[in-house]
Design a protein around this ligand. Structure first.
Ligand code: G3P
Ligand code: MG
Length: 432
């Protein structure tokens, strides 16, 4: 496999981006990139047009040329006025395996296309369970392309913003101690796992005994003296029964103290889920239950036990609008630091497989911002070809490579049309 090197940012940069800081004003600020690109600008309008036309003609006439001939070389360094955002499970990976077209799609975006264009892109997954750095390293190996944490958002990434809000938190989900490591890395001060509680009193979960490793890794705490201030479901639960038992104990408790029972059932800690996907795509032929299913399960249990609706559950991830604001900030920064372009791209092509999260989120975000967010649904994941998606994408394509080609082709045609209109307008004004 080729050696993986990260693109070097052009300037030193802050990697922590606050979702709470992403305002409408932020999104609207900065110049947008228009055709012709700045690098093709000349001192006079006719010259500008001539250069721009040469540039576009090179793209149009030379589709079959190799990437190292003269015309293709001329478009290198041009930063497109669009970008891509990719969902991961069901688009690039399935059950941990790479979807065959994914590597090709990455190459295509990285310049192996007829125009030699390099297109900025980011990854926005609801998945998680390990640090962003670890996940990016995995993804880099799987896709044969460098993936930086600076172009990556997973379901729990925005939870880092909440580290200061709570003293002691229960972190649920993921393999072994990984989510505790993630939460501590985010700055959470006191992170408890279900294993710690089971180690404190085995009777909490009557049907499961911790393995030797789990027992060793779990911490000795006296939960009769500790209040748990919030519950964070970072990744999919590996032990629904035990995790549900402990979550319910806390939701029904007085102030998050294990072994207590509230009279009013509204004194327990809030619960946060890193996303709300009821199902997701793996390499099994039917979709599998995801974290959203756990939320449904917990809410139903709470209702059954108390007769009330759980009011304190919150989900992050797609389709939440905050996740898309966050993604905009990440994309904008990536574009600036790696491609040297200020401001948001005019169009973001979001490629996803789940109508309820990817397509819904993209479509709703599109309504909120001035830039275009264009939803592309692939057939390789949750969406079942032949069915009507609950949220309509702008287009449905076979796979991620088709999605990339569709977006790039669409933007190219738009650029050509804009140039023609610009040219006609100028010619008309000269003739007056
Ligand atoms: O558990 C992850 C899954 O629900 C969705 O991941 O990449 O499709 O957003 P993704
Ligand atoms: Mg997906």
């Amino acid at each position: 496999m080729a050696e993986i090197t990260y693109a070097q940012p052009r300037s030193s940069r802050v990697t922590s981006i606050s979702s709470t800081m992403a305002t409408r004003a932020d999104l609207d600020s900065g110049p947008t990139v228009v055709v012709p690109p700045a690098s093709y600008m000349a001192s006079t309008i006719p010259e500008t047009l001539a250069k721009a036309r040469t540039h576009v003609d090179a793209i149009v006439d030379d589709e079959t040329s190799s990437s190292d001939d003269e015309s293709s070389a001329s478009v290198r360094g041009v930063v497109p006025n669009y970008a891509f955002a990719f969902d991961i499970d069901g688009v690039l990976l399935k059950g941990g395996h790479v979807i065959p077209e994914a590597k090709e799609a990455m190459k295509y975006l990285n310049g192996e296309n007829p125009d030699g264009l390099k297109v900025p892109y980011i990854f926005v997954t609801n998945g998680g369970g390990k640090t962003e750095q670890e996940r990016c390293l995995d993804l880099s190996k799987q896709l044969d392309v460098a993936v930086s944490p600076d172009q990556f958002i997973c379901g729990h990434t925005p939870m880092r913003e909440m580290a200061e809000m709570y003293q002691t938190v229960l972190v649920v989900g993921g393999d072994g101690e990984k989510c505790r490591v993630v939460a501590e890395g985010y700055g959470f001060r006191d992170v408890v796992t279900p294993g710690d509680i089971m180690k404190w009193q085995a009777a909490v979960t009557p049907f499961r005994v911790l393995t030797e490793d789990e027992y060793k890794n779990s911490r000795d705490r006296d939960f009769s003296k500790i209040n748990i201030d919030a519950i964070f479901v970072f990744a999919d639960s590996r032990h629904w029964g035990d995790d549900t038992q402990i979550i319910m104990d806390l939701l029904l408790s007085k102030n998050g103290r294990m072994g207590t029972l509230s009279d009013t059932f509204d004194e327990g800690p809030p619960i946060y889920f890193s996303h709300n996907d009821v199902v997701w795509a793996t390499n099994f032929e039917l979709n599998r239950l995801g974290m959203g299913a756990l939320r449904v399960f917990i809410e139903a249990l709470y209702k059954d036990r108390t007769g009330k609706t759980l009011q304190t559950a919150t989900s992050f991830g797609k389709p939440q609008i905050g996740t898309f604001h966050y993604a905009t900030r990440v994309l904008e920064r990536w574009r600036k630091d790696v491609f040297g372009e200020e401001g948001p791209p005019q169009t973001v092509y979001f490629v996803g497989d789940t109508p309820e999260s990817d397509i819904r989120g993209t479509n709703e975000f599109h309504e909120h911002v001035d830039e275009e967010w264009y939803s592309i649904l692939v057939k390789t994941g949750v969406y079942q070809p032949g069915t009507v998606p609950r949220h309509q994408p702008r287009v449905i394509v076979e796979n991620v490579l088709e999605a990339v080609k569709h977006g790039m082709e669409r933007s190219r045609k738009q650029a050509l049309q804009e140039l023609d209109e610009l040219g006609n307008g100028i010619e008309a004004s000269i003739q007056k």
